[in-house]
Design a protein around this ligand. Structure first.
Ligand SMILES: [Zn+2]
Length: 408
């Protein structure tokens, strides 16, 4: 794809800022590239490219990394992106845990903290826990706040673009009087970006996981809640009110149980973690008085435990009903399953694919791969950090102006 130059519709400073972001994005994507090649691709003058590169070098985002291969003349000096110039904080608020990561500008995790937390019922304690875990990550790597681009936060709720800090009173009523964005912004003095957890799982998979190199991906988070995120043409698709992807509230059994959302027979009432482990407990009969944990369910399925296998089969069956509809509607290149239960791999993928085959148009399925995530339990927190990275690579002004450097 040729990257076009910016039209002369903005003033000189605005145009320079746009070109600066354009170059920064290109150098990040290519990892290393010569000034001459940048000038060729952008059709900017060599002196403009040199001036912008010098400015990016001054801010610590890029650096000269030696000579590249000659195309006839003298060997060009390559410019490389500095992945460790700044750090990004990523936070995942799960239903029952908080995860915080400190990542570099290439999605690599430098520090990681995880703690159980009753997120849905205890907003105050949750925000306190986030502050603790984030501070621990910063302290562990001795990263000062001035070296942090910002903080991304994944929440288990739809997020309305006009009020990203407010969670859905329908899904998490205890958060009615809280604003995640404002609270963390005032605690850390950093830009804070909030998005739905499944959206950020999708972003994570697109940048670093199963969807690298592609632009159309669907991610499905299987946990206490069931959510999905769509990457369409390389961007998260959020819908008009931020509710796109609420696959958990698709009715798959009109006569099914009542859902927290007020509807009946929603997918989440059948395959959310709660109903799954409860079903396993029932199937285990007298010997299983306590419901197993999701981890125990995974281990049981792997060991061939019939009750666990049956629960995973039914998960695949019901999920397949929703995924078949999704393939018919969106026809993504890849569907990635995340969440702890997805670690059973083929034990889930086989019944899921069979269920989808029965219901999706063959043309919807033909070029779609259905896979499980390989990013593990940090995927969504890393996706939250990726949201900040994506914003900063598109608008260079999100990066702190002066290179703050890393303390020893
Ligand atoms: Zn529902």
């Amino acid at each position: 794809m040729r990257v076009g130059t910016v039209e002369m519709t903005v003033d000189a400073a605005g145009m320079r800022a746009q070109n600066s972001s354009l170059l920064l994005n290109m150098i990040w994507r290519e990892r290393q590239i010569s000034r001459a090649e940048i000038a060729r691709r952008t059709e900017l003058s060599p002196s403009t490219v040199s001036a912008i590169v010098a400015d990016l070098e001054h801010s610590g985002l890029v650096r000269s990394i030696g000579a590249g291969v000659s195309r006839g003349g003298r060997r060009p000096t390559l410019i490389g992106f500095c992945d460790d110039a700044f750090s990004i904080v990523g936070v995942e608020l799960g239903a029952t845990h908080v995860t915080a990561v400190l990542s570099d500008l290439r999605g690599r995790v430098r520090a990681h903290r995880h703690a159980p937390q009753a997120v849905r019922d205890d907003p105050k304690g949750t925000l306190q826990k986030v502050r603790e875990l984030v501070q621990e990550c910063l302290d562990a790597e001795r990263v000062p706040k001035r070296s942090v681009v910002g903080m991304g936060v994944a929440v288990p709720s739809p997020v309305h673009p006009s009020a990203p800090g407010k969670l859905s009173p329908l899904i998490v009523p205890a958060w009615r009087d809280y604003d995640v964005q404002e609270s963390l912004k005032s605690a850390f003095g950093l830009p804070v970006f909030v998005d739905n957890d499944a959206n950020l799982g999708a972003l994570s998979e697109c940048y670093w996981g199963a969807g690298v190199g592609g632009e159309d991906l669907t991610y499905i988070k299987l946990a206490t809640g069931i959510g999905s995120g769509f990457i369409i043409h390389g961007d998260v698709y959020r819908g008009s009110g931020g509710t796109a992807g609420e696959i958990g509230h698709i009715a798959v059994d009109p006569a099914g149980p009542q859902c927290v959302c007020g509807l009946r027979g929603c997918l989440v009432t059948l395959i959310g973690s709660g109903p799954l482990v409860e079903r396993a407990r029932e199937l285990m009969g007298v010997k299983g008085r306590r419901a197993p944990t999701v981890r125990e369910l995974v281990e049981g399925a792997r060991a061939g435990e019939p009750a666990a296998r049956q629960v995973i089969d039914s998960l695949g069956h019901y999920l397949g009903i929703a995924v078949a509809g999704l393939l018919n509607l969106l026809n993504p290149a890849i569907v990635v399953l995340g969440g702890e239960i997805s670690s059973v791999g083929d034990l889930l993928l086989d019944p899921l694919r069979a269920s989808v085959r029965k219901r999706a148009l063959s043309t919807s399925m033909a070029e779609t791969r259905i896979v499980t995530s390989a990013l593990g339990d940090r995927a969504i927190a890393v996706g939250a950090a990726t949201l900040v990275l994506q914003a900063a690579l598109r608008d260079r002004s999100f990066f702190p102006l002066q290179h703050a450097g890393k303390s020893a």
